[in-house]
Design a protein around this ligand. Structure first.
Ligand code: NDP
Length: 449
């Protein structure tokens, strides 16, 4: 590397992708700096997957404590304290923020805790006014919640603020029907709030298999979550008693205490100066990249949500790793986007890998579908009438499993292992040849009809 740049790599954004790329590039011998305007760790660690999962765990106790009586336990008075959970979760986020910072520093990565902007071909200017140069620039600025425009939209919150609420709102309206909407609907519902999901279409979680979506919808309704479909926001206004009155198309107004916008996330690329050096952006503001995460400018790369490929943390991490190995490790590496497993931490959770039944029927000649619709043993004893559904989609020509979908307790945990088999191209016969591990829920995977 020529010595006339301050750094070999300057990364903008210390989230999942940026941290991995910076750390690995430094391990390959590069002189690296990273700028982060908020907190090291990014959305997933600071205000996304990690604290959300802790809230999901906390929420599940509502049903576990109820069920405990059926298992012979006598419980004293049970009371939920939101502030205790919130503060414990936020304290753990602080711990993780420290761990991510340590990781970078232990690898000799310099951290600038301020916003950075590209101001020249190889030049970055920090909010404090300092200007530095770098041979390569990596954009890893993630995504930011999209809030649809409507009068009073500023009265609502997004998932960013949901982790900091003073109390659990008594009545919550969640706009959107995707990941965040269904996950927070489950969390707030279990904490005793009345939840209404309002979505512009009549589909929730449109990328998941229809049978699972239907099952989640049915269970959610049984748990007391209301749904309003084909409803577009007209506006939000504050009433005299501090509540929020929401007007929407096709339905009466509704009064709630909190409106949570969960209407997608858009690439966070505004004001970065990308256009000033001719980096090409797409319609949503996403940084356009090739399979090596390189933009149309040879020395500028981008990884993670800001590229709007697959908005998932483990994918951003892989992209960051591949970038660092390619550019600084002399090992050109691309990311394989085929058969990425994903999960929704709803109540109950669901998980999927590969094609849905609909996709498989559109793409393949013949398709075989196997399923198991069962009541988990724990639910039977607890008297909880909540059924799980596992579904396997096979290519009719060769029996290869092209999709696997599950809704039920621990579905994401089971899916991680099963996804290895799907990724490896195993067949239904391979699953059938495996002896069941009894009694488990996962054994249904090898017993499907
Ligand atoms: P999603 O893309 O999952 O869902 C967005 C929802 O908002 C859809 O129901 C969509 O409706 C609706 N919507 C989109 N735009 C508008 C609009 N302008 N007006 C009204 N409604 C709109 O986004 P989320 O915000 O829930 O999550 C963002 C991303 O974060 C996810 O895509 C996912 O990649 C990631 N994530 C992953 C999680 C996980 O892995 N467990 C958890 C949380 C987030 P329609 O279907 O009609 O388009």
């Amino acid at each position: 590397m020529p010595a006339d740049y301050d750094y070999d790599l300057f990364t903008i954004g210390a989230g999942s992708g940026g941290v991995r790329a910076s750390r690995v590039a430094a391990a390959h011998g590069a002189k690296v700096a990273v700028a982060e305007e908020y907190r090291v760790g990014g959305t997933c660690v600071i205000r996304g997957c990690v604290p959300k999962k802790m809230l999901v765990y906390g929420a599940h106790f509502a049903e576990d404590l109820e069920d405990a009586r059926k298992f012979g336990w006598t419980l004293g008075e049970c009371r939920f304290d939101w502030k205790a959970l919130r503060d414990n979760v936020l304290a753990d986020v602080d711990r993780l923020n420290g761990a991510y910072t340590d990781t970078l520093q232990n690898h000799g990565v310099e951290i600038f805790h301020e916003r950075a902007r590209i101001t020249g071909e190889h030049e970055i200017t920090l909010a404090g006014g300092r200007t530095v140069t770098a041979r390569y620039i990596l954009v890893a600025t993630g995504a930011t919640p999209h809030v649809p425009e409507c009068p009073g939209s500023e009265l609502g919150i997004t998932s960013n603020e949901a982790f900091h609420l003073d109390d659990v709102p008594r009545r919550v309206l969640i706009a959107g029907g995707g990941y965040i909407a269904n996950e927070f609907a489950g969390i707030f519902n279990q904490f005793g709030a009345h939840v209404t999901i309002v979505n512009r279409s009549d589909l929730i979680l449109r990328q998941y298999d229809e049978s699972l979506r239907d099952r989640l919808l049915k269970i959610s309704v049984t748990k007391g979550i209301d749904f309003r479909f084909h409803a577009e926001f007209r506006g939000i206004e504050k009433t005299d008693d501090g509540a929020l009155r929401v007007a929407m198309t096709g339905y009466d107004d509704i009064e709630v205490d909190c409106v949570l916008f969960a209407t997608g996330r858009v690439p966070n690329t505004g004001g970065l100066g990308l256009e000033s050096i001719g980096v090409e952006l797409g319609d949503k503001g996403e940084v356009k990249v090739d399979r090596f995460s390189r933009t149309n400018r040879d020395h500028v790369y981008a990884v993670g949500d800001c590229t709007d490929r697959v908005q998932l943390t483990p994918v951003a991490i892989r992209e960051g790793q591949a970038f660092a190995d390619t550019v600084f490790g002399n090992n050109p590496t691309t990311v394989d986007y085929d058969a990425i497993p994903s999960a929704v931490f709803s109540h109950p959770p669901m998980a999927g890998v590969g094609m849905t039944e609909g996709e498989a029927r559109n793409k393949l000649g013949t398709v075989k579908v196997y399923q198991s619709d069962f009541r988990p043993m724990k639910h039977v004893l607890a008297g909880r009438n909540e059924r799980s559904l596992y579904k396997m989609i096979c290519d009719g020509d060769n029996d290869r499993i092209v999709g696997l979908h599950m809704i039920g307790p621990e579905a994401p945990e089971i899916m991680q292992a099963a996804a290895i088999a799907v990724k490896a191209g195993l067949t239904k016969a391979d699953f059938d040849a495996t002896v069941a591990l009894h009694p488990t829920m996962a054994e249904e995977l090898v017993l499907m009809r």
